[in-house]
Structures are given as structure tokens and as C-alpha cells.
Write a protein that binds this ligand. Structure first.
Ligand code: SAH
Ligand code: DHB
Ligand code: MG
Length: 216
């Protein structure tokens, strides 16, 4: 091999997590309240928020879309990287999750930026105009990712970002008998991405694996 790759393990993840911004008091409260409300703790990792925020800043993003709001953690984290007149639309299928997130977004410092919409990615993404969005973050039903990606290649502007969570399939990517029913869908998506013309993408191994792509 002409290149060097360090085998990244749990130690490295812990090491880098300790060297990136953690959650502030508000996000700590939000996560605790979400658990109290019976919402699963499946948010992205804080170091993923750091990377998403850096990337959004680099492209001066002002129009951002997320699929899969959950409690609003990643939406608020990303919105904090945007200017005050920006807009982050986050789509959530579960009415319970959408209502919880809307309540917490309203209490947050980015209430003017984030709009929580209750609905499915399948129904809402097709309503977005061509080339109108600077960045999209996919973090919802994994079986929906291929359709979301096709839509994203239409509504994201040239030079915009397409990002997707869980490339490592909840840690079960290489399991022979995975217990999570979405592992197959993640594997299929991981194999689908490299076939998309006009998208340059790479899996960044933070959190549960983050696809980062730029639309050419
Ligand atoms: N991005 C969040 C975590 C999202 S978890 C964070 O890091 O803070 C995945 C969410 O996707 C769940 O809340 C689930 O209800 C939602 N979801 C599942 N199917 C969906 C669909 N078809 N459209 C939109 N959201 C969906
Ligand atoms: C699950 C979904 C996610 O998006 C995630 O980051 C972790 C877990 C899940 O459905 O179990
Ligand atoms: Mg995820």
C-alpha cells in the first residue's frame, strides 16, 4: 500500500471526542427531557455536529434541509452555524417527535432559523425547488435514503453538500446476523452512493459513520 491508514478504534473516538466542543447546558437539558419523554437517544455525536457546522460555514450555507428531526438536537446544532436570516427546514414523520422538537426549538437561540415540519421525507422533499438548497442532512429511515438522495441531487445547488448519517449501520455493518432491521438498507445505500454521477462523497468515520458529499 502506498498510503498510510491508522486503524481507528474506540480509543481514537474517545480522544477526538474529548477535543471537540461538547453540548452546552441547553442541549444537555434537551437530551434529558427527550429521554423523560420516552424519545430514543439516537442523536448524532457532538463531534459530528462540529463537522457539520464547519462544513456549513465553509459553503456559507443559508438554506439547509434535514430529514429526521428526532428531538431537534442536530437541527439546533446545525442552525447555530448559519446566519440569523438563514432557514433550516427539518422534516420529522413522528408527530410526537415533531411536537417535542418544535417546543425545544422555540426555546432555543435559533428559533428564528429552524422550522420543524411534520411529514415524511418522501412527501416533502419533492416540493423543494430545483437547485434551491445549500446543504441536506439525511438521518431518517434508512430504506428511504436512496430516494432522498435522488431528490437531493435535484434540489441541492451545484457546490452544495449532501450528508447522511449511519454509514456504519449502528455498528453492525460487518455483522453476519445483524439484529437491526435497517442494516441491509444502509449497506445498499453505501453501495449506491458511489454510482451517483455528479456526486463526490466519502465516509468520514466519526459517530456512526457520516457520508459527506459535494454535488458537482
Ligand atoms: N437527526 C437527529 C436524529 C434523527 S433519528 C439528531 O441527530 O438529533 C431518526 C428520526 O427519523 C426519528 O425521529 C424518526 O421518527 C424519523 N423518521 C423516520 N422515518 C421518517 C420519514 N420517512 N420521514 C421523516 N422522518 C422520519
Ligand atoms: C437509529 C437511527 C439513527 O439515525 C441513529 O443515528 C442511530 C440509531 C435507529 O433507528 O436505531
Ligand atoms: Mg442517525
Amino acid at each position: 500500500m502506498s498510503h498510510t491508514s491508522t486503524q481507528v478504534g474506540a480509543e481514537h473516538f474517545q480522544y477526538l471526542a474529548q477535543r471537540t466542543a461538547g453540548d452546552d447546558a441547553f442541549l444537555v437539558q434537551l437530551k434529558a427531557a427527550a429521554i423523560q419523554a420516552g424519545i430514543p437517544a439516537i442523536q448524532v455525536a457532538p463531534e459530528q455536529i462540529s463537522l457539520l457546522a464547519i462544513l456549513l460555514r465553509l459553503i456559507s450555507a443559508e438554506q439547509v434541509v434535514e430529514v429526521g428531526t428526532l428531538a431537534g438536537y442536530s437541527a439546533i446544532g446545525m442552525a447555530r452555524a448559519l446566519p440569523a436570516d438563514a432557514r433550516l427546514l427539518t422534516i420529522e414523520y413522528s408527530p410526537k417527535h415533531a411536537e417535542f422538537a418544535a417546543t425545544w426549538v422555540a426555546k432555543s437561540d435559533v428559533a428564528q432559523v429552524v422550522e420543524v415540519v411534520q411529514g415524511s421525507g418522501q412527501n416533502i422533499l419533492p416540493t423543494l425547488p430545483d437547485d434551491s438548497i445549500d446543504a441536506v442532512f439525511l438521518d431518517a429511515d434508512k430504506a428511504g435514503y436512496p430516494a432522498y438522495l435522488r431528490e437531493a441531487m435535484r434540489f441541492v445547488r451545484p457546490g452544495g453538500l449532501i450528508m447522511a448519517d449511519n454509514a456504519f449501520a449502528f455498528g453492525q455493518l460487518f455483522d453476519e446476523k445483524p439484529t437491526d432491521p435497517e442494516v441491509g438498507a444502509v449497506r445498499a445505500f453505501n453501495d449506491f452512493i458511489p454510482t451517483i454521477e455528479g456526486l463526490k462523497a466519502v465516509i468520514v468515520p466519526i459517530g456512526d459513520g457520516l457520508w459527506v458529499g459535494v454535488k458537482e
